[in-house]
Design a protein around this ligand. Structure first.
Ligand SMILES: Cc1ncc(COP(=O)(O)O)c(C=O)c1O
Length: 382
């Protein structure tokens, strides 16, 4: 947040900042989706809806989950919320009680530990590194399970690392889950951003037993460039969805009726936007990865998905510029912001010191320019 704030202030002063801290697509929402929202307004679909979301949208989500992910949910097992973020919050609060343990890996999506704390639970963090593709293994999971374990959170593909699990890797984790007495919350918001021959697999689709223990979270933000519409959804066991429904009914009530109408069109309308966007991001990842890893001292896991690179920059720690000494990823992010005029996010924010997160949700030209600037600034350090 501090880096983003500084970056905003520099931008406001007219500085030429390349912002690689963004967590959203640099594409507008598809026109057919925008048109559906305008129609909804003109048709006066502007009132409260059912708390869990309109039947029409939950039906569209149910069909999507069956068609694309091979998993069956009735509309009653689905809740629509204000973004995937609210689904995560509701699910964690529905499942986790005082002193329950919640397992997830680091680097993690920044909100997981905060949400666990808000539910009075305890985060049990499994550190991962680029050597294992930032992925937990069945064995790593097994070692963290206690009698207090209540929930495992998976983020697939991952923010901030972009790594995505193969079916085999998920099956190995599922094996441990099947034998345990805890739930799984699988954050699949980057489902569509998956590259090369990698195939996205929804965790709940692995078996009936797994489905009964899993809450799937997904949404419109990343697949349809709809971050501002605040529309996410969760599907899971009926008793958990019911509890999430109660939490939502006493906090925000339904997600925007207009965004819900737009989401129906996004899910049921033409899907070519997704493939065009996916291909574009795959090309950006390839060129950005090649350019970035040509910088001496930077190593990086080549991610299977999402739109971030998470390079190891620790070889530049304990070096100095003429104005500051770099001791950690926060210092390095600040230095790159002031010297290279490139905004990045320090890995410490995601629970992994030694790294920075770079988003490639911008043009190839800007990405090349950013790499040149980063390289020049890093090579000045001694
Ligand atoms: C891993 C992950 N989960 C959830 C979200 C929240 O998405 P939404 O905009 O649908 O709330 C984000 C957004 O950046 C994310 O990166």
């Amino acid at each position: 947040m501090k880096v983003a704030q500084e970056a905003k202030e520099l931008l406001a002063k007219g500085e030429d900042i390349i912002d690689l801290s963004v967590g959203e697509l640099d594409y507008p929402t598809p026109q057919n989706v925008k048109d559906a929202a305008i129609r909804a307004i003109n048709n006066n679909q502007t009132k409260y809806t059912l708390n869990a979301g309109t039947i029409e949208l939950r039906k569209a989500i149910s069909e999507k989950l069956e068609r694309e992910n091979g998993v069956e949910y009735s509309p009653n097992d689905i809740i629509v919320s204000n973004g995937a973020k609210q689904c995560l919050f509701n699910a964690i609060n529905a499942i986790v009680y005082v002193d329950d343990e919640v397992i997830f890996s680091a680097p993690y999506y920044v909100s997981y530990p905060e949400m666990v704390s808000l539910a009075h639970g305890t985060s049990v963090i499994i550190p991962t590194t680029e050597e294992t593709g930032f992925k937990i293994t069945a064995e790593m999971l097994r070692q963290k399970i206690t009698t207090h374990t209540k929930l495992l959170i998976l983020c697939n593909p991952s923010n901030p690392t972009g790594s995505a699990f193969s079916k085999k890797e998920l099956e190995e984790i599922a094996d441990v889950v099947e034998k345990g007495k805890f739930y799984v919350l699988t954050d699949e918001i980057y489902e569509k951003m998956i590259y090369d021959d990698n195939k996205f697999v929804c965790f709940a689709s692995l078996s009936q037993k797994i489905k009964e223990k899993t809450v799937v979270v997904n949404g419109m933000s990343k697949s349809f460039a709809m971050t501002g519409w605040r529309l996410g959804y969760a599907a899971g066991p009926e008793h958990i969805i019911k509890a999430m429904n109660k939490i939502q009914s006493h906090t925000t009530s339904n997600a925007s009726s207009i965004s819900q109408a737009a989401a129906v069109e996004a899910l049921n309308g033409p899907q070519d936007f997704i493939e065009t966007m996916r291909k574009d991001f795959e090309e950006r990842r390839d060129s950005f990865y090649n350019e970035l890893t040509s910088i001496k001292g930077i190593t990086c896991y080549k991610p299977e998905g999402a739109f971030y690179l998470f390079p190891n920059v620790s070889s530049y720690f304990d070096k100095s510029s003429n104005v500051m000494k770099i001791t950690n990823s926060f210092d390095l992010a600040m230095y790159l912001l002031y010297d290279a005029k490139v905004a990045v996010v320090p890995g410490s924010g995601f629970g992994s010191e030694g790294y920075i997160r770079l988003s490639y949700s911008t043009t190839k030209e800007k990405l090349s320019e950013a790499v040149e600037r980063i390289k020049n600034s890093l090579y000045k350090l001694s």
